[in-house]
Ligand binder design. Structure first.
Ligand SMILES: NC(=O)c1ccc[n+]([C@@H]2O[C@H](COP(=O)([O-])OP(=O)(O)OC[C@H]3O[C@@H](n4cnc5c(N)ncnc54)[C@H](OP(=O)(O)O)[C@@H]3O)[C@@H](O)[C@H]2O)c1
Length: 265
C-alpha cells in the first residue's frame, strides 16, 4: 500500500496538503448538503424513492457501503509504514474510530429488522463518503497527527473522549430500541420509547453527533472537526424530518418530545 500512496503523492508534504484540502472540502460539502436538505430529505429508509435509482436490500447496502470505512483504514494501519501509531493519543483516537466502524460495518447491518431498501444513488454516495472519510481520518491519525506531550491529560482530550463514549453508547442503545420495535418480518413504524427517545425523536442521531463532536474535541484537527460538522448537518436534518414525520403520522405522539436536543429543539 505504501507503493500505491507514493504513486499518488510525490511527497509527504503533498499528501498532508491533500488531507487538509479534503477536510476543507468536507466543510464545503457539509454546507452544500445542508442547503440541499432544506428542500429534500436524505433519500433512504422511510424517505426512499425510486427517483434515486433501483432499490438495494437494506442489509446488503449497509454492509457494503460501510465496509470501506473499516477495510481501507485497516489496510492503512496494517500495510503502510505508519509514523505515528506508536504514540498514545494517535492510538486512542484510532481505537475510537475503529470501535465505531467495526460495529457499524460488521455488526449493525446484520441486526437490521425490516429495513427499507436503499436507493442506488444513496448507496453509491455512502460508499464514496465512507472511503473518503476513512482515508482522511485514519491516514492523518496514523501517519501525520503530531500531538504534543501530555495531550491525553488535557481537559479537551478527556472531555472529548468522555463525550465520544457517551455518544457511542447512546447511539448503540437507541438503534437497539428502534430495532426492537419490530417483530421479525414486520416493516411498519411504531412510536419509539425508552432511553433518550423519551426526550427526542432522533435519539440515535443525537448519540452519533455527540460521538463525533467528542472525537473532534479529543483530536483537535480540521479532519475530525469536518467529519463532526458533516455528521451534525446530515443527522440533524434527519432528526428534524423524522420528528415532523412522527407528528404527522401518530396522533398520540408525545407532545413534549423534541426533534434532536432535549427540552430545546
Ligand atoms: N455519521 C453519519 O453521517 C451517518 C449518516 C447516516 C446514518 N448514520 C447512522 O446510521 C444509523 C442508521 O441511520 P438511519 O438514518 O437508517 O436511522 P433511522 O432512520 O432511525 O432507521 C434505523 C433503523 O430503524 C428502523 N426504524 C426507524 N424508526 C423506526 C420506527 N419508528 N419503528 C420501527 N422501525 C424504525 C429503520 O427502518 P426503515 O429502514 O424501514 O425506516 C431502520 O432499519 C444511525 O445510528 C445513524 O446515526 C450515520
Amino acid at each position: 500500500m505504501d507503493a500505491l500512496l507514493s504513486r499518488l503523492f510525490s511527497s509527504e508534504e503533498e499528501e498532508l496538503h491533500t488531507l487538509d484540502c479534503m477536510a476543507y472540502a468536507m466543510v464545503l460539502m457539509a454546507a452544500c448538503t445542508g442547503v440541499t436538505l432544506l428542500f429534500e430529505d436524505v433519500p433512504y429508509g422511510r424517505y426512499a424513492t425510486r427517483r434515486y435509482g433501483f432499490p438495494v436490500d437494506a442489509r446488503l447496502a449497509w454492509f457494503i457501503q460501510e465496509l470501506p470505512a473499516f477495510m481501507l483504514p485497516l489496510g492503512l494501519v496494517v500495510w503502510t509504514s505508519c509514523a505515528r501509531t506508536s504514540m498514545l493519543p494517535n492510538q486512542l483516537l484510532i481505537a475510537m474510530y475503529f470501535c465505531h466502524y467495526v460495529q457499524r460495518s460488521l455488526i449493525y447491518p446484520f441486526l437490521i429488522r425490516g429495513g427499507k431498501p436503499t436507493p442506488f444513488a444513496s448507496f453509491a454516495l455512502a460508499i464514496v463518503f465512507c472511503t473518503y472519510n476513512g482515508f482522511m481520518q485514519v491516514r492523518y491519525l496514523s501517519h501525520y497527527a503530531d500531538y504534543p506531550a501530555g495531550w491525553v491529560t488535557r481537559p479537551s482530550f478527556i472531555a472529548g473522549s468522555v463525550l465520544w463514549l457517551l455518544g457511542w453508547l447512546v447511539n448503540l442503545h437507541s438503534d437497539h430500541i428502534l430495532r426492537n420495535l419490530r417483530q421479525p418480518g414486520e416493516t411498519g413504524y411504531k412510536i419509539p420509547t425508552g432511553g433518550l427517545f423519551e426526550y427526542v425523536s432522533g435519539a440515535n442521531f443525537l448519540g452519533e453527533i455527540v460521538e463525533w463532536v467528542g472525537f473532534a474535541l479529543a483530536g483537535g484537527s480540521a479532519h475530525s472537526s469536518a467529519f463532526a460538522l458533516f455528521t451534525a448537518v446530515v443527522l440533524g436534518s434527519r432528526a428534524v424530518a423524522h420528528h415532523k414525520w412522527y407528528l404527522a403520522k401518530f396522533e398520540d405522539y408525545p407532545p413534549r418530545r423534541k426533534a434532536l436536543i432535549p427540552f430545546l429543539f
